[in-house]
Design a protein around this ligand. Structure first.
Ligand SMILES: [Zn+2]
Ligand SMILES: [Zn+2]
Length: 324
């Protein structure tokens, strides 16, 4: 049985709060993009893993977070005359709409304040505080059972111990072929070449690590070919990312593999972006109708991996017991 996973980095303004010049267009689209994505998931019955920045669960804050060991200035954008708008710092209803949608979405985490977990300045203490505050905010909001899935800001994997310590069971790891292909072809150009040829994004294999966490690696970022490259490829193949996503879906269905797509809601900037998602979801619906392909959340995929590895280790123990 093939599997498709869709994960969503839900961050509103927090994805850019450490930028000197946050991209205005993406911020302006953040809330509308979230709702558009929810609507599309509903229309095509696609359950997703929403990795939410923990601060968004709050109703209010003092804008200081005095007990948080973040570097000085980290929360400055919450105060002063040119502070980031409230609508970008708090979800104000969006998480509720996600959690109560007809489709059974999973609510996961994306740290508390978008700290890069793998950065050299991110100490174990800071990582622990980010996980602790995010889990507390989610549970206080009403996420029950506790959040299981995690997405690393900027896909910067690190401080895994903090995840394990706070009850997270799985995370989205980096795309396995990224480095090799980037080195060989250079940048997103490779994706256009892939779309024009017959290559496709990788299927991935979830693996459980020594901490017991399951890595559910990414296959394809759904907004990896934009601007001039997207326009250049469109007359030849149509939307190049939609081509790649369709191939990934087809391969997962044909091989019983796992295809993992991801995006930010603020990537849905204009009608052409929603059209891309609709094209991919439509294809997904067609393949689901004629095969046993399933769309599952990261948490569900990880639960299966844990069950399988536990069953396998029990079998090994039983074998060992028989042979002695
Ligand atoms: Zn705050
Ligand atoms: Zn992010």
């Amino acid at each position: 049985m093939g599997t498709v996973v869709l994960s969503v980095d839900a961050e509103l303004g927090w994805g850019f709060h450490d930028f000197a010049e946050p991209p205005r267009d993406r911020l302006a689209n953040a809330r509308r993009g979230w709702q558009t994505l929810l609507d599309l998931c509903e229309e095509y019955r696609v359950p997703a893993t929403w990795a939410v920045v923990g601060h968004l669960f709050l109703d209010e804050c003092d804008g200081r977070h005095g007990d948080h060991p973040a570097p000085p200035g980290w929360f400055d954008h919450e105060r002063g005359s040119d502070r980031m708008a409230r609508s970008l710092r708090f979800a104000d209803g969006l998480i509720e709409r996600t959690a109560t949608a007809d489709v059974d979405h999973e609510i996961g985490l994306h740290t508390f304040s978008h700290v890069e977990m793998g950065a050299s300045g991110t100490t174990a203490r800071l990582a622990d505080a980010e996980l602790s505050a995010a889990v507390d905010a989610a549970r206080e909001w009403g996420v029950d059972p506790r959040p299981r899935s995690f997405v690393f800001p900027r896909n910067d994997v690190g401080n895994l111990q903090a995840l394990a310590d706070h009850g997270i069971t799985c995370y989205r790891g980096t795309t396995p072929t990224d480095r090799r292909r980037f080195d060989r072809y250079g940048g997103v150009d490779r994706l256009v070449r892939a779309a024009l040829g017959s290559a496709g994004p990788p299927l991935v294999e979830p693996r459980r690590d020594s901490l017991g966490l399951v890595d559910v690696p990414a296959s394809l970022f759904l907004f990896s070919v934009e601007g001039i490259l997207r326009s250049a490829a469109e007359p030849f193949v149509g939307d190049p990312v939609a081509v790649l996503a369709r191939r990934g879906i087809d391969r997962a269905a044909a091989s019983d593999g796992l295809f993992h797509m991801w995006l930010h809601p603020n990537n849905l900037a204009g009608p052409q972006d929603a059209a891309r998602l609709a094209e991919i979801f439509e294809h997904l619906a067609r393949v689901r109708a004629r095969t046993d392909l399933e769309v599952r959340t990261m948490g569900d995929v990880a639960a299966t991996v844990r069950d399988e590895t536990e069953a396998a280790s029990t079998a090994v123990v039983a074998d060992g017991a028989e042979s002695t």
